[in-house]
Design a protein around this ligand. Structure first.
Ligand code: KIV
Length: 267
Protein backbone atom coordinates (compact mmCIF):
# COMPACT_ATOMS: atom_id res chain seq x y z
CA UNK A 1 0.00 0.00 0.00
CA UNK A 2 1.17 3.57 -0.70
CA UNK A 3 2.80 5.44 2.15
CA UNK A 4 0.71 8.37 3.51
CA UNK A 5 -2.36 7.25 1.55
CA UNK A 6 -4.23 10.19 0.10
CA UNK A 7 -7.87 10.57 1.12
CA UNK A 8 -10.19 13.31 -0.10
CA UNK A 9 -9.55 15.48 2.96
CA UNK A 10 -5.79 14.99 2.57
CA UNK A 11 -5.64 17.01 -0.68
CA UNK A 12 -6.04 20.41 0.98
CA UNK A 13 -3.88 19.29 3.94
CA UNK A 14 -1.08 18.33 1.58
CA UNK A 15 -1.23 21.79 0.03
CA UNK A 16 -1.11 23.52 3.41
CA UNK A 17 1.81 21.31 4.48
CA UNK A 18 3.60 22.03 1.18
CA UNK A 19 3.80 18.28 0.43
CA UNK A 20 3.70 17.48 -3.28
CA UNK A 21 0.87 15.29 -4.61
CA UNK A 22 2.08 12.68 -7.09
CA UNK A 23 -0.49 11.56 -9.66
CA UNK A 24 0.11 9.14 -12.53
CA UNK A 25 -2.24 7.72 -15.12
CA UNK A 26 -2.99 4.03 -14.95
CA UNK A 27 -5.19 1.88 -17.18
CA UNK A 28 -4.74 -1.74 -16.08
CA UNK A 29 -4.44 -3.86 -12.93
CA UNK A 30 -0.73 -4.83 -12.99
CA UNK A 31 0.48 -1.29 -13.72
CA UNK A 32 -1.82 0.08 -11.00
CA UNK A 33 -0.35 -2.39 -8.50
CA UNK A 34 3.20 -1.36 -9.44
CA UNK A 35 2.31 2.36 -9.17
CA UNK A 36 0.77 1.83 -5.72
CA UNK A 37 3.86 -0.08 -4.57
CA UNK A 38 6.04 2.76 -5.92
CA UNK A 39 4.25 5.25 -3.66
CA UNK A 40 2.20 7.07 -6.31
CA UNK A 41 -0.46 9.00 -4.34
CA UNK A 42 -3.25 9.21 -6.92
CA UNK A 43 -4.05 6.98 -9.92
CA UNK A 44 -5.82 8.82 -12.73
CA UNK A 45 -7.62 6.59 -15.17
CA UNK A 46 -7.27 9.25 -17.84
CA UNK A 47 -9.15 9.37 -21.12
CA UNK A 48 -5.57 9.42 -22.45
CA UNK A 49 -6.26 5.64 -22.44
CA UNK A 50 -7.46 6.40 -25.98
CA UNK A 51 -3.93 7.15 -27.20
CA UNK A 52 -1.88 5.26 -24.59
CA UNK A 53 -3.72 1.92 -24.90
CA UNK A 54 -6.43 1.91 -27.54
CA UNK A 55 -4.58 3.23 -30.59
CA UNK A 56 -6.72 6.36 -31.16
CA UNK A 57 -5.22 9.68 -32.36
CA UNK A 58 -6.89 11.66 -29.55
CA UNK A 59 -9.32 11.30 -26.63
CA UNK A 60 -12.51 12.05 -28.58
CA UNK A 61 -13.54 8.42 -29.38
CA UNK A 62 -13.17 7.19 -25.76
CA UNK A 63 -16.51 6.01 -24.33
CA UNK A 64 -18.03 5.58 -20.86
CA UNK A 65 -17.79 1.81 -21.38
CA UNK A 66 -14.03 2.09 -22.11
CA UNK A 67 -13.53 4.15 -18.95
CA UNK A 68 -15.64 1.83 -16.78
CA UNK A 69 -13.72 -1.21 -18.04
CA UNK A 70 -10.25 0.30 -17.41
CA UNK A 71 -11.15 1.89 -14.06
CA UNK A 72 -12.49 -1.42 -12.72
CA UNK A 73 -9.16 -3.04 -13.64
CA UNK A 74 -7.17 -0.26 -11.92
CA UNK A 75 -9.29 -0.58 -8.78
CA UNK A 76 -8.70 -4.37 -8.73
CA UNK A 77 -4.94 -3.80 -9.08
CA UNK A 78 -4.74 -1.05 -6.46
CA UNK A 79 -7.56 -1.58 -3.95
CA UNK A 80 -6.20 0.99 -1.47
CA UNK A 81 -5.20 3.81 -3.83
CA UNK A 82 -7.08 7.05 -4.47
CA UNK A 83 -8.47 6.49 -7.99
CA UNK A 84 -9.83 9.26 -10.23
CA UNK A 85 -12.19 8.43 -13.13
CA UNK A 86 -11.77 10.79 -16.10
CA UNK A 87 -15.17 11.62 -17.60
CA UNK A 88 -14.86 11.00 -21.37
CA UNK A 89 -15.96 13.37 -24.16
CA UNK A 90 -19.77 13.77 -24.30
CA UNK A 91 -20.40 11.95 -21.03
CA UNK A 92 -21.09 15.27 -19.23
CA UNK A 93 -21.58 17.98 -21.88
CA UNK A 94 -25.07 17.20 -23.23
CA UNK A 95 -27.02 17.79 -20.01
CA UNK A 96 -26.42 17.99 -16.28
CA UNK A 97 -28.81 15.09 -15.78
CA UNK A 98 -26.75 12.82 -18.06
CA UNK A 99 -23.56 14.04 -16.37
CA UNK A 100 -24.94 13.16 -12.93
CA UNK A 101 -25.98 9.69 -14.11
CA UNK A 102 -22.61 9.01 -15.75
CA UNK A 103 -20.57 10.31 -12.81
CA UNK A 104 -22.77 8.23 -10.49
CA UNK A 105 -22.06 5.13 -12.60
CA UNK A 106 -18.34 5.91 -12.43
CA UNK A 107 -18.33 5.79 -8.64
CA UNK A 108 -20.88 2.98 -8.15
CA UNK A 109 -19.59 0.56 -10.79
CA UNK A 110 -15.81 1.00 -10.52
CA UNK A 111 -15.11 1.96 -6.92
CA UNK A 112 -13.32 5.15 -8.05
CA UNK A 113 -12.94 7.85 -5.40
CA UNK A 114 -13.64 10.86 -7.62
CA UNK A 115 -14.30 12.00 -11.17
CA UNK A 116 -12.38 14.52 -13.28
CA UNK A 117 -13.84 16.74 -15.96
CA UNK A 118 -12.47 19.44 -18.25
CA UNK A 119 -13.49 23.10 -18.32
CA UNK A 120 -13.63 26.41 -16.45
CA UNK A 121 -16.47 28.76 -15.49
CA UNK A 122 -18.84 27.04 -17.95
CA UNK A 123 -18.70 23.76 -15.96
CA UNK A 124 -18.78 25.38 -12.49
CA UNK A 125 -22.59 24.93 -12.07
CA UNK A 126 -22.25 21.25 -13.05
CA UNK A 127 -19.34 20.74 -10.62
CA UNK A 128 -21.53 22.21 -7.88
CA UNK A 129 -24.40 19.82 -8.70
CA UNK A 130 -22.08 16.80 -8.71
CA UNK A 131 -20.48 17.80 -5.39
CA UNK A 132 -23.91 18.37 -3.82
CA UNK A 133 -24.90 14.89 -5.02
CA UNK A 134 -21.89 13.46 -3.16
CA UNK A 135 -19.51 13.06 -6.09
CA UNK A 136 -16.00 14.49 -5.50
CA UNK A 137 -14.76 16.41 -8.56
CA UNK A 138 -11.25 17.15 -9.77
CA UNK A 139 -11.33 19.98 -12.33
CA UNK A 140 -9.06 20.43 -15.37
CA UNK A 141 -8.01 23.81 -16.80
CA UNK A 142 -5.61 25.06 -19.47
CA UNK A 143 -5.10 22.82 -22.45
CA UNK A 144 -8.28 20.75 -22.72
CA UNK A 145 -7.66 17.67 -24.87
CA UNK A 146 -11.40 17.12 -25.39
CA UNK A 147 -11.51 20.50 -27.19
CA UNK A 148 -8.75 19.56 -29.66
CA UNK A 149 -11.07 19.63 -32.67
CA UNK A 150 -12.74 22.91 -31.68
CA UNK A 151 -9.43 24.68 -30.95
CA UNK A 152 -7.60 23.13 -33.91
CA UNK A 153 -4.75 21.40 -32.06
CA UNK A 154 -2.90 21.26 -28.75
CA UNK A 155 -1.96 24.82 -27.73
CA UNK A 156 -0.08 26.22 -24.75
CA UNK A 157 -2.41 28.32 -22.58
CA UNK A 158 -2.03 31.41 -20.38
CA UNK A 159 -0.46 33.80 -22.89
CA UNK A 160 -1.79 37.40 -23.04
CA UNK A 161 -5.44 37.95 -22.04
CA UNK A 162 -5.91 34.22 -21.52
CA UNK A 163 -4.16 34.51 -18.12
CA UNK A 164 -6.89 36.61 -16.48
CA UNK A 165 -9.59 34.28 -17.81
CA UNK A 166 -7.81 31.19 -16.47
CA UNK A 167 -7.41 32.76 -13.01
CA UNK A 168 -11.14 33.59 -12.92
CA UNK A 169 -11.97 30.06 -14.10
CA UNK A 170 -9.83 28.58 -11.32
CA UNK A 171 -11.56 30.67 -8.64
CA UNK A 172 -15.00 29.71 -10.00
CA UNK A 173 -14.34 25.98 -10.05
CA UNK A 174 -12.95 26.21 -6.51
CA UNK A 175 -16.11 28.06 -5.38
CA UNK A 176 -18.18 25.36 -7.09
CA UNK A 177 -16.61 22.73 -4.81
CA UNK A 178 -13.83 21.03 -6.81
CA UNK A 179 -11.29 19.47 -4.44
CA UNK A 180 -8.29 19.86 -6.80
CA UNK A 181 -7.54 21.08 -10.30
CA UNK A 182 -5.27 19.81 -13.06
CA UNK A 183 -3.44 22.62 -14.90
CA UNK A 184 -2.36 21.36 -18.31
CA UNK A 185 0.26 23.04 -20.53
CA UNK A 186 -0.09 26.47 -18.95
CA UNK A 187 2.60 29.16 -18.84
CA UNK A 188 4.43 28.55 -15.56
CA UNK A 189 3.89 32.07 -14.14
CA UNK A 190 0.10 31.77 -14.62
CA UNK A 191 0.05 28.30 -13.02
CA UNK A 192 2.08 29.73 -10.11
CA UNK A 193 -0.38 32.61 -9.67
CA UNK A 194 -3.37 30.24 -9.71
CA UNK A 195 -1.59 27.96 -7.21
CA UNK A 196 -1.00 30.88 -4.84
CA UNK A 197 -4.60 32.15 -5.13
CA UNK A 198 -6.37 28.80 -4.53
CA UNK A 199 -6.90 26.86 -1.30
CA UNK A 200 -7.38 23.63 -3.28
CA UNK A 201 -4.27 21.98 -4.75
CA UNK A 202 -3.19 22.42 -8.35
CA UNK A 203 -1.76 19.38 -10.11
CA UNK A 204 0.37 20.38 -13.08
CA UNK A 205 1.29 18.73 -16.34
CA UNK A 206 3.53 20.96 -18.42
CA UNK A 207 2.75 23.89 -16.10
CA UNK A 208 5.95 24.36 -14.11
CA UNK A 209 7.20 23.51 -10.65
CA UNK A 210 5.02 25.82 -8.53
CA UNK A 211 2.00 23.49 -8.77
CA UNK A 212 1.07 21.57 -5.62
CA UNK A 213 1.51 18.27 -7.43
CA UNK A 214 2.36 16.79 -10.80
CA UNK A 215 0.64 14.30 -13.11
CA UNK A 216 2.13 12.40 -16.02
CA UNK A 217 0.93 9.79 -18.49
CA UNK A 218 2.45 6.47 -17.40
CA UNK A 219 3.52 5.34 -20.88
CA UNK A 220 5.37 8.65 -21.41
CA UNK A 221 7.48 8.32 -18.25
CA UNK A 222 8.14 4.61 -18.88
CA UNK A 223 9.27 5.17 -22.46
CA UNK A 224 6.56 3.11 -24.15
CA UNK A 225 5.63 4.55 -27.55
CA UNK A 226 7.65 6.57 -30.00
CA UNK A 227 6.66 10.14 -29.01
CA UNK A 228 7.61 11.90 -25.77
CA UNK A 229 5.86 15.27 -25.28
CA UNK A 230 7.97 18.24 -24.07
CA UNK A 231 6.27 18.18 -20.65
CA UNK A 232 7.26 14.53 -20.05
CA UNK A 233 10.53 12.81 -19.21
CA UNK A 234 11.45 9.20 -19.97
CA UNK A 235 12.51 7.75 -16.63
CA UNK A 236 13.07 4.35 -18.30
CA UNK A 237 13.09 2.75 -21.74
CA UNK A 238 10.55 0.01 -21.07
CA UNK A 239 9.39 -0.11 -24.70
CA UNK A 240 12.93 -1.06 -25.79
CA UNK A 241 13.17 -3.66 -22.99
CA UNK A 242 9.84 -5.17 -24.08
CA UNK A 243 11.00 -5.39 -27.68
CA UNK A 244 14.30 -7.04 -26.64
CA UNK A 245 12.46 -9.57 -24.45
CA UNK A 246 9.98 -10.42 -27.21
CA UNK A 247 12.80 -10.82 -29.73
CA UNK A 248 14.67 -13.15 -27.32
CA UNK A 249 11.52 -15.24 -26.92
CA UNK A 250 11.04 -15.48 -30.70
CA UNK A 251 14.77 -16.29 -31.24
CA UNK A 252 14.74 -19.05 -28.60
CA UNK A 253 11.58 -20.66 -30.00
CA UNK A 254 13.12 -20.58 -33.49
CA UNK A 255 16.46 -22.06 -32.40
CA UNK A 256 14.85 -24.66 -30.10
CA UNK A 257 16.27 -23.45 -26.74
CA UNK A 258 12.81 -22.50 -25.43
CA UNK A 259 10.93 -24.26 -23.93
CA UNK A 260 13.76 -25.89 -21.94
CA UNK A 261 13.61 -28.92 -19.66
CA UNK A 262 12.62 -26.63 -16.74
CA UNK A 263 9.55 -25.46 -18.70
CA UNK A 264 8.47 -28.97 -19.68
CA UNK A 265 6.18 -31.44 -17.89
CA UNK A 266 7.32 -35.07 -17.96
CA UNK A 267 5.85 -38.28 -16.50
O1 KIV B 1 -6.34 11.86 -19.60
C1 KIV B 1 -5.32 12.20 -18.99
O2 KIV B 1 -4.32 11.47 -18.92
C2 KIV B 1 -5.31 13.52 -18.38
C3 KIV B 1 -4.00 14.02 -17.89
C4 KIV B 1 -3.21 14.52 -19.03
C5 KIV B 1 -4.16 15.02 -16.82
O3 KIV B 1 -6.31 14.16 -18.32
Amino acid sequence: MAQNKVTLSAFAKRKRANEKIIMLTSYDAPTAAIAAAAGIDVLLVGDSVGMAQLGYANTIPVTMEDMLHHTKAVRRGAPDSFVVFDMPFMSYQASDEEALRNAGRALKETGADAVKLEGGAEVAPLINKLVRAGIPVMAHLGLLPQHVQAVGGYKITGRGDDAARLIQDALKIQDAGAFAVVLECMIDSVAAEITSKLDIPTIGIGSGTACDGQVQVVTDILGIGSFTPKHAKRFARIGELMQQAMKSYADEVRNGTFPGAENTFTK
